[in-house]
Structures are given as C-alpha cells and as structure tokens.
Design a protein around this ligand. Structure first.
Ligand SMILES: [Zn+2]
Length: 501
C-alpha cells in the first residue's frame, strides 16, 4: 500500500486513509435514489428525468473545482506498472457522489479498477445513441531525477500545474468528470445517455485494460459514440492552429532481429560474429524509409492543414499526391516533422539491442528489437518481406512478436459526433478548424472501434508542441488556462451532442 504514493508526495499515508474513508462515506450517503441517475421503471420512451431544461451556463466555476480534482489525481500515484488505479477510482466515486451521481467500481485485478457512471436520458437505455466520455487512470512511470518538481506533488508554478498525468490522461479525466458533473448540475434534458468511464492499465494495454473491461462489463458502458484521448488542439505562434480529431490510429508491432553465428575466443575474430551481422542489419533498417501512401484520413488532414501552414510548407503539402513532384514533396514534408513522416508511412524504429556475455567472448547470438508502426490496413508480413530483402543476410532472421497491435476500422467523418466537434471547434478557437487525425500512437479507441463505437480522440486543451512533448517525458505540465478552456470546450461539445435545446 505504501507505494500508492511517493514517500515525499504531497498526500501522505494519513491523508490517503482520509480520502478513502471520505469516499466510502460518500458512497454510503448516496444509497438513496437520485432523480437523474436512477431511472424509475417508467414507460419506455418517456424520459426518466422530465425536468425543465435550463439554458447552458458558464462552466468556469466547475473548471476551477476540476483543477482541484486534477491536483488530487496527480497526487495519487498510478504509475503503470503497477498501476494501483483502485484508489484513484475510489476518489472519483467520491467526487461523483457529492453531486448525487452513483458510480460503480469495476474491479479488474487486485488493486486495479475502473469506474463507470451514467446520466440517463430515458428509462430504457439505447446504447447505440449513448455517448461515452472515456479517460484512463494510470500513467507512465517517471524518472524522478530528471524532474524539476515532485512529479506527484501537483505543484503550481507560473500558471502551470505540474505532475505525471497532468495531460496524459488525468487532465482529460478531470475534464470529463467536470463536463459530466456540469451536465448533471445544469439539469439539462438529455437526448441520449452520457456515460463516464475511467479505465485502468491503458499504458501497457495489459490484463487490467479496456480489453478485459469490454469482455467483462461491456453492458455497463456500451455506447455508439465516444470521446477519448488521441487527438489534440495544436497551438502554434500563440494561437490555435487546428484541432486534430483522432479518427484512426496506427497499429504497433515488435519484430525481433536475431543474428546467429559461432561463439569463440575474442582473440581470434571471425567473420560470422553475430554482433557484426546484427549491427549491419540494424544500420540498414535504421536508414530505411518505407514508401509513403495516403489513408483517406491522412489525405484529408493534409488538405485541411496546407492552407494553415506557411506558403512554402503549404505548397509541398499540396504537391505530395502529384505524379511529378510527389516524391520530392513527401520527402520535404517527412523531413520537416517526425509526426508527418509517421503519418505518411509505416515506420520501423530499432529500440533495444542485446548481445554479448563477456568482453572476451564472441557470442553465438545477438538480438535487436524493432518497434513497427503500421498504417491502418498495412500488413506486417509485407514489412517483414521488405526488411528481409533489405538486410539480405542468411545469418539474420526476423521474428514478429505475438503481442501485436489491433487493427480496427476508422471512425466515420460523417458521424453526428464528428459534425458537432467540427462545429464547436471553430466557434471556440477563432475559426481554427477541426481536421481528421490519424494518431501515430495507440489508444483505447481501437478496442472501442472494434465494438462499433464511433470513437473520436480529442484532448480538449489547447497545447503547444513544448507542452505536448512532455507527455511521457519529464516535467509534464498543463497550463491552467488551457485546462479551463478545455473543460469549457468539452462541456460545449457534450451539450451540443447530447442536450435537447
Ligand atoms: Zn494516455
């Protein structure tokens, strides 16, 4: 239990016991029926919550409250492994209980849980219409020595809230919670159920992840639409350039490169030394660039982005798909941004090297790991085939690892949810558009898309490249002003999508 919190974290053991006791007390306090959440056994089709709709108000007060929730969530260390998301799940249950929302803890493994809560629109649920607000409770670990502040201290400095998970994904978690509670407080008349879901084990996609949750408890959060992480609102030169709405994601694989040779005494080097063969293979692979091709989402992304970029870059973006200048244009765009490079092609990154047993022994084997990110629809067998031709060394073999990524259909750009986001974003960000986005990273949305959910990725905070780079890195932080704006934008999207006006 002691490792739920960093020893020198802001919340100590005693405080944690208080939080847990408070959460338990609050859960008991809401055992009575609550109008909006506890649907009476009424007539099908008649809303269970027939209150007079109120005009949608200002979300700035709840954003301030949500800053506090975010700070508390950062102080609850959910570095994965081991995750230990249960305490964060209980904390959220307590927050929801204060507003009379009964949440359910869904246990996945010892100490690891998810949380689900629902605002009902009618006595009979219509899962295909429901909107799921999803975020994950766990974070990646930290290298504390590289942080300038305590990563679990939720330190506020120069308008930023620092901490592991400040953006990924506790920021979104707190914003989801705020939008959800705000909807409840506004007594809005919903035209579809809105479901809050906090998942566990996202960062390692392990046994306590959404995969298990779907297998075990799908009925509790089945929805036709979802807003998740995966896309971002990109700030450039001090203003929002565009919102990248993730509608698809690349698929991750690992390939092991194995070079074999004859072991022997290092005083008499041989040509079949596997270290040499592995190094040569890795060098060739590292310098290789797979051919570019466009998925429909990436094509639309660059079409939308070209007019927003400076003239030179815009010109190359428009030329990428032309017969005469296409190849050169693809190279210019790929060299300009690693993100753009990875959106255009399958990528292969050597990440781990393993060889040698002693300084004076030529080993029998040397290995490397390649982390591969495929464009949706591409085949790993084809990549292996290309790499085998490239390496062209009988001493070197490639093995695809079984822990493969998940190929899912992309979300539609014609869905009601995509249309609502496309409408709200320019209204909120001075005309900046929403563009369809294919993330190079993976998210829980692939699992949802495989269950016919129109899942879209949009972390609602306007963020600079510098802030975005800190996700999974050191000194992760969120500008408090961006957090407040994100709560507002998300609340407006949810209102537009799920509230009867
Ligand atoms: Zn995340």
């Amino acid at each position: 239990m002691a490792n739920f919190y960093e020893e020198d974290g802001f919340v100590n053991w005693k405080q944690m016991v208080q939080i847990m006791a408070g959460a338990a007390a609050l859960m008991m306090a809401v055992s009575f029926p609550i109008t909006a959440q506890t649907a009476p056994a009424g007539t099908p089709g008649i809303p269970a919550n027939p209150v007079i709709p109120r005009p949608v108000g200002d979300s700035s007060a709840i954003a301030k409250e949500a800053q506090g929730w975010l700070a508390d969530l950062i102080k609850i260390n959910t570095s994965n492994p081991p995750g230990n998301e249960q305490i964060a799940a209980m904390y959220i249950t307590g927050i929801l209980a204060k507003d009379g929302i009964k949440a359910e803890i869904l246990d996945l493994a010892p100490g690891r849980s998810a949380v689900v809560a629902r605002l009902r629109s009618a006595a009979v649920a219509q899962p295909s219409r429901a909107l799921l607000l999803v975020a994950h409770l766990d974070t990646v670990p930290v290298d504390k020595s590289k942080w300038s502040v305590n990563p679990f201290g939720a330190v506020i400095k120069d308008g930023y809230l620092y901490g592991r998970g400040a953006i990924d994904d506790k920021g979104m978690l707190a914003a989801n919670l705020a939008a959800f509670i705000w909807l409840k407080r506004s007594m809005a008349r919903l035209n579809r159920d809105v479901i809050f879901l906090a998942t566990a084990d996202e960062e390692t996609s392990g046994d306590a992840s959404i995969r298990t949750l779907i297998a075990k408890d799908w009925d509790k959060f089945a929805a036709g639409f979802a807003i998740n992480e995966g896309g971002n609102i990109f700030v450039k030169n001090g203003k929002v350039q565009y919102a990248g709405v993730q509608a698809d994601e690349k698929v991750a694989f690992n390939i092991t490169v194995i070079a074999r040779g004859t072991s022997g005494h290092a005083s008499q080097p041989t040509k079949d030394n596997p270290v040499i063969h592995l190094a040569a293979a890795v060098a060739k692979i590292g310098n290789y660039s797979a051919p570019a091709h466009f998925t429909s989402i990436v094509r639309r992304y660059f079409e939308g982005l070209a007019p927003l970029e400076d003239d030179e870059i815009g010109k190359w973006m428009r030329s990428m798909d032309t017969a005469d200048r296409g190849e050169h244009a693809q190279r210019v765009i790929s060299d300009t941004s690693p993100l753009w490079n990875s959106m255009l092609r399958d990528t292969i990154a050597p990440t781990v090297l393993t060889a040698g047993v002693a300084n004076n022994v030529i080993p029998a084997e040397a290995r490397a790991n390649l982390n591969v990110r495929l464009l949706p629809g591409d085949s790993i067998a084809a990549v292996v085939n290309d790499l085998n031709k490239l390496v062209n060394d009988p001493q070197v073999k490639l093995e695809v690892q079984p822990s493969a990524g998940l190929a899912a259909p992309s979300s539609s750009l014609e869905s009601e949810l995509y249309k609502v986001i496309s409408k709200v974003v320019p209204q909120e960000f001075g005309g900046a558009p929403a563009l369809p986005f294919q993330s190079t990273w993976l998210t829980d949305s692939a699992q949802l898309r495989l269950h016919q959910v129109q899942a879209l990725g949009l972390v609602p905070f306007p963020l600079t490249q510098d802030d975005l780079k800190r996700m999974h890195g050191d000194d992760e932080r969120i500008p408090l002003a961006a957090f407040d704006k994100g709560v507002d934008v998300l609340s407006k999207i949810v209102t537009e999508f799920a509230v009867t006006h």
